[in-house]
Design a protein around this ligand. Structure first.
Ligand code: SME
Length: 166
C-alpha cells in the first residue's frame, strides 16, 4: 500500500474528521469484534500506519488466576498473539493504565518486536468502569511518528467504546 503522508499540522484536522465517523460507525453496533475491526481498518486506511490493532484482556487459559493480552482485530502483518501483564509496550500501558508514546522502540526496555520494521509506537488503553479491558496498539515503520496529538485524539476516539462480548 502506498504510504500516506500526513503533516503534523494536518493531523489534528484528520482526527477531527475521523472521530465522528468512527463514533457513528460504532455507536449503534453492539458487537465488539465488529467495532474493533472497523476502527483498526479506518485508522490504517486514513493514516497508512504499518500496523494497527487491538489486544484484549482475557483470562489466561494456561493459568486461570491470571489475565493476559490476546491479539484481537488488526490490520497489518501477523503479530505476537499473547502479551503478559507488564511486558512490552502493550503490557506496560495495561499495567500503568495510561497511553504510552514510544518515539524509538529500540530505546524502550522490554519492547516486543513483532516485526523488525516497527520503529515507533503508541499504545492507548481502553477502559470499562475504570479497568483496562483492551489496548489499541499502533506501530510505525519510521521513528518519532507519534506525539501527544495522537494520544489525545486516540483517547477521545476510544472513550465510550463498549467492550462487552468477549
Ligand atoms: N511492540 C508491542 C507488541 C505488539 S506488536 O508491535 C504488534 C509491545 O512491545 O508490546
Amino acid at each position: 500500500m502506498e504510504k500516506i503522508e500526513i503533516l503534523s499540522s494536518e493531523k489534528s484536522d484528520v482526527y477531527k474528521e475521523l472521530i465522528p465517523q468512527i463514533k457513528s460507525l460504532t455507536a449503534y453496533e453492539p458487537d465488539t469484534i465488529a467495532n474493533l475491526a472497523n476502527i483498526a481498518a479506518a485508522l490504517k486506511e486514513t493514516f497508512g500506519f504499518f500496523w494497527v490493532g487491538f489486544y484484549l484482556v482475557k483470562r489466561d487459559i494456561q493459568d486461570t488466576s491470571k489475565e493476559v493480552l490476546v491479539l484481537g482485530p488488526f490490520q497489518g502483518p501477523v503479530a505476537c498473539t499473547r502479551i503478559a501483564y507488564g511486558r512490552g509496550v502493550c503490557g506496560t500501558a495495561w499495567k500503568e493504565q495510561k497511553t504510552l508514546v514510544v518515539p524509538d522502540v529500540d530505546q524502550f526496555p522490554g519492547h516486543i518486536a513483532c516485526s523488525s520494521l516497527s520503529k515507533s509506537e503508541i499504545v492507548v488503553p481502553v477502559f470499562h468502569n475504570k479497568t483496562v479491558v483492551a489496548v489499541l496498539d499502533i506501530d510505525s515503520d519510521t521513528l518519532n511518528s507519534f506525539d501527544q496529538i495522537d494520544a489525545h485524539y486516540l483517547e477521545e476516539m476510544l472513550s465510550g467504546l463498549i467492550i462487552n462480548n468477549l
